[in-house]
Design a protein. Structure first.
Length: 477
């Protein structure tokens, strides 16, 4: 026993002697000072600080494009009834480890994680959905009218390999709808993102899939794992690791070596439960009603563990899926995320678009007109609907009005006329459009003057022209 104590003492005495010269060597090591790329020195030999690898300055010459993106995001979010949320750039690292999931590239390779001075393990946010879900729980938003619809515009951080349109600090425009499990919410989010891109002069292509519930995926993973094990020799080294940790992530691989194996893999739609299949079919029906084109892609699973049921991505029409820089963003449903983070079981869905890639696309299409008109206060209405048939028809009419330049507030999850009229008053809309089952059958719609309470029934085909006259009279008054 005494011998062991003496050995420990000797080791303790040697430790400071070893650590001191190590620090000196690090300071004087000429290779360390050469690490920043593109090093420059002034005439006196003083090194000019370099831009960190993977970072980018947004210069005044780029201001026009970024302003267009922000104002388009703001206007379209307001038109669809989303409120702005801004969450901190720094969050607890565990927030993303729990939500995004271990075994994903984001958590295992890309997160900026460090200890602050309080020895808390924190990180720069790699995405915003988990942050918005955390805010939903912390601020008791479950007590608000559901769903709670929020949008954001800000910086995210991932230690990724830099390339055209991909940086380690990047910006996203995104929207989340939390608190209601209804296919109409999925369709509305898809249309919001789709129209944001269209209004910026981009022709988006929507790729769509369903990955079902956790039980559906567990069933599918058995089949997928068995298939991938027979094709192991055809997989890249990274996918061989993924096969052991999380086989679903193999479907995310962009390595050319794996593509033929992925394309021939079993389709997850064959493992969907009846409820998940019906849910997905309703999303598709809504998109068909809105004339939103889509491509069904069975290998689309998205790279984050919290997704359930609907998943989607947007690509540029000119580039297609093949280009590494062509994916403009995506999203999906995450019905288990809020509960995973400690809240009540709460459904949700959302999307995020990479703004560097969007800006890159805009610059290639500068000849296309970008709509960024600020809507006047009088040029807004509230659309109230009653019943399933009315809700389906409402989606079409809302889009028609929005394309005509009328800001149209709505909440398709509300079924009570009283609640919808209260929302119309909250948004200070001069008119509310009311569509019920009878109006759908007759091809009519009710226009209600919110100040006087007077209602008139008009033909749906004449709605825009009648509404324009009423709004014009308010503006001239």
């Amino acid at each position: 026993m005494p011998t062991k104590k003496i050995i420990k003492k000797k080791k303790e005495e040697k430790k400071p002697k070893k650590s001191t010269p190590t620090k000196i060597v690090k300071k004087e090591n000429p290779q360390k000072s050469e690490q920043p790329s593109g090093e420059q020195r002034n005439a006196k030999g003083v090194r000019i600080p370099a831009l960190l690898r993977g970072m980018k300055d947004i210069l005044p010459k780029d201001e026009g494009v970024w302003k267009k993106m922000y104002h388009t995001a703001e206007n379209i979010s307001e038109a669809y009834g989303f409120g702005r949320i801004q969450t901190p750039v720094l969050e607890e690292a565990s927030l993303f480890i729990r939500s995004v999931g271990r075994g994903t590239d984001v958590v295992d390779k890309e997160m900026y994680v460090f200890e602050d001075r309080d020895l808390a393990k924190i990180c720069l946010r790699p995405e915003a959905t988990a942050s918005v879900a955390r805010a939903y729980i912390v601020h008791g938003m479950v007590s608000l009218p559901q769903p709670v619809k929020m949008w954001y515009f800000g910086s995210m951080f991932r230690h990724d390999r830099p390339q055209a349109g991909r940086y380690r600090e990047f910006h996203q425009f995104g929207a989340e709808s939390i608190g209601d499990r209804d296919p109409v919410n999925d369709a509305e989010l898809i249309v919001t993102a789709f129209n944001f891109l269209k209004e910026l002069g981009i022709s988006p292509v929507l790729h769509l899939n369903s990955i079902g519930t956790a039980d559906d995926r567990a069933k599918y993973l058995v089949e997928l794992s068995g298939y991938l094990r027979t094709k192991r020799s055809y997989l890249c080294e990274e996918c061989k690791k993924r096969l052991l940790k999380n086989p679903l992530r193999v479907l995310d691989c962009k390595n050319e070596q794996c593509q033929s194996t992925i394309e021939e893999s079993p389709q997850i739609v064959d493992s969907l439960s009846e409820s998940s299949r019906n849910f997905f079919m309703k999303v598709i029906e809504y998109l068909d009603d809105l004339s939103v084109p889509y491509v069904l892609r069975h290998t689309l699973v998205r790279g984050l563990d919290y997704y359930t049921d609907t998943v989607f991505e947007f690509y540029e029409e000119e580039t297609g899926e093949g280009s590494a820089q062509s994916a403009l963003g995506g999203g999906g449903r995450y019905d288990g995320l809020v509960e995973e983070l400690g809240g009540r079981p709460t459904p949700g869905c959302g999307f995020a678009l990479g703004l560097e890639r969007v800006a890159y696309a805009i610059k290639r299409n500068l000849d296309k007109e970008v709509k960024t008109d600020v809507k006047a206060k009088n040029n807004q209405v509230y659309f109230a609907q009653l019943g399933e048939q009315a809700r389906r028809r409402a989606l079409y009419l809302i889009e028609d009005l929005r394309h005509a330049g009328t800001v149209t507030y709505h909440n398709l999850s509300k079924t009570s006329l009283k609640n919808q009229l209260e929302l119309a008053n909250k948004y200070e809309c001069p008119y509310t459009l009311i569509l019920g089952q009878k109006e759908v059958q007759d091809g009519t719609i009710i226009i209600r003057d919110m100040e006087s309470g007077i209602q008139e029934i008009v033909d749906q085909k004449k709605l825009k022209s009648i509404l324009d006259k009423k709004i014009q009279s308010l503006t001239n008054a």
